[in-house]
Design a protein around this ligand. Structure first.
Ligand code: PMP
Length: 403
């Protein structure tokens, strides 16, 4: 361990430097956005080969070429995919709204409703659940996915659970990738619980590996084998493939779920932005080209994660440990004591802004034992400074050093 004096010297030095570094959100940096600049000048023929006029209304499920691209990345038939607009968050929201309003047993009429959510998790998901007055039951995330023992126990003890929402690949914030076996068990146990149990997967980081990652069978194949396609919804987008909020989004579902989401969207959207869909199809082409495109992102992102890990390794192991993602946009530092908010506050005193610990849990359920680090947006130099500030704050908080 560094001595208390040397830790305090660092604290004072950083405090005097008038630093202002914000790593609260997982945004791509400018160089990542530049990878897709060709999209800005691509000339789009307004009439497609099949005679669709992209400038007009029509094709509410998305143009066939875009649905085909979705089919390639999600490993599912294009007839089960809606190629949409804007973001996966929007589609996830529309999924909740459709079940809330229009399912056979609409959630709005239920006295109590609950959803299972693996934590730590994504604050915008918690907001959706809160908007629909759905109580969140948290389940721990393990290296291979959802803690199945705990998941089983929750379902035994509650009779009003509507479903489970999770991020199955490079989860936000800790970066876990679920194994096939884990996904299979999620389906099996949920299906045994109820024929209406809904499985929602936010595949925001489906193609976002930066290191070799365990092989994951497409969720749709597992759902098909387990006969749960009517209750399975998978959302993804190109927000972190091309432009934030300016890519395409995809929603994959079957039977009842597909019809509900389609029904919901028909009330809100006459058709998606087909010109942007065509532009993306021309630019991204197919799964192999997307994989190559994502390698360019990985080349920019990986050195940042490596820099973070190198500096975090200097923290004495008695303070905690960090997660080791192989893709995505986030990693976590897990504290051995409930000091996350204290660490975040001390970081802020030195000019480093981190997502509050409370954002990683549903309201009132914060364990205060983990912080999220979002390395992508700032330069490596700034990130190194940020992490040196972070390790100073961790040690002040853990060793209860007066500052
Ligand atoms: N889902 C998860 C799990 C995310 O981490 C993010 C981005 N932070 C999003 C969705 C947002 O992606 P989109 O723009 O497609 O909504």
């Amino acid at each position: 361990m560094n001595s208390a004096d040397s830790i305090l010297t660092h604290f004072k030095k950083y405090k005097d430097m008038s630093i202002n570094i914000d790593i609260t959100r997982g945004k791509p940096e400018g160089l990542q956005l530049d990878i897709s600049n060709e999209l800005l000048s691509l000339k789009v023929d307004p009439i497609t080969e099949s005679g669709i006029d992209l400038r007009n209304y029509g094709e509410p499920l998305g143009i066939e070429e875009a649905r085909e691209l979705g089919s390639q990345i999600l490993g599912a038939p294009s007839k089960n995919i809606i190629a949409a607009e804007q973001s996966s968050l929007l589609l996830t929201y529309q999924t909740f709204l459709s079940y809330y309003l229009f399912s056979d047993d609409p959630w709005k009429k239920r006295k109590s409703k609950k959803f299972i959510y693996p934590v730590p998790g994504f604050d915008r998901h918690f907001r959706i659940l809160e908007d629909f007055d759905i109580e969140v039951i948290t389940v721990p995330l393990k290296d291979d996915g959802v803690d199945i023992e705990e998941y089983t126990k929750i379902l035994k003890e509650n009779n009003d659970v509507c479903g489970i929402l999770s991020v199955p690949r490079h989860s936000n914030p800790s970066g876990e990738t679920f194994t096939d076996e884990n996904i299979k068990k999620i389906f099996k146990i949920g299906k045994e619980y109820s024929d209406n149990f809904l499985f929602i997967f936010d595949h925001a980081y489906l193609v976002h590996d930066f290191l070799p990652t365990i092989k994951q069978t497409p969720i749709w194949s597992i759902a098909t084998t387990e006969k749960v396609t009517d209750n399975c919804v998978v959302a993804t987008s190109f927000s972190k493939v091309t432009f934030g909020g300016g890519g395409l989004s995809f929603i994959l579902s079957g039977g009842r779920s597909f019809n509900l989401i389609k029904r919901m969207r028909e009330s809100m959207i006459i058709c998606p932005d087909k010109i942007n869909q065509k532009r993306h199809v021309m630019f991204l082409k197919d799964i192999d080209n997307i994989t190559n495109h994502m390698k360019k992102h990985a080349e920019l992102i990986l050195p940042k994660f490596e820099a973070v890990k190198k500096i975090l390794s200097d923290i004495p192991s008695e303070c905690g440990s960090f997660s080791n993602p192989t893709g995505g946009y986030f990693m976590t530092y897990n504290f051995n004591k409930p000091i996350a908010t204290k660490v975040q506050t001390i970081c802020e005193e030195m000019g480093l802004y981190i997502t509050p610990a409370s954002s990683l849990f549903p309201k009132g359920k914060c364990l205060d034992n983990v912080l999220r680090i979002a390395p992508t947006y700032v330069s490596v130099n700034k990130l190194e400074l940020a992490m040196n500030i972070f390790i100073t704050a961790v040690q002040i908080a853990h060793f209860d050093i007066e500052y």
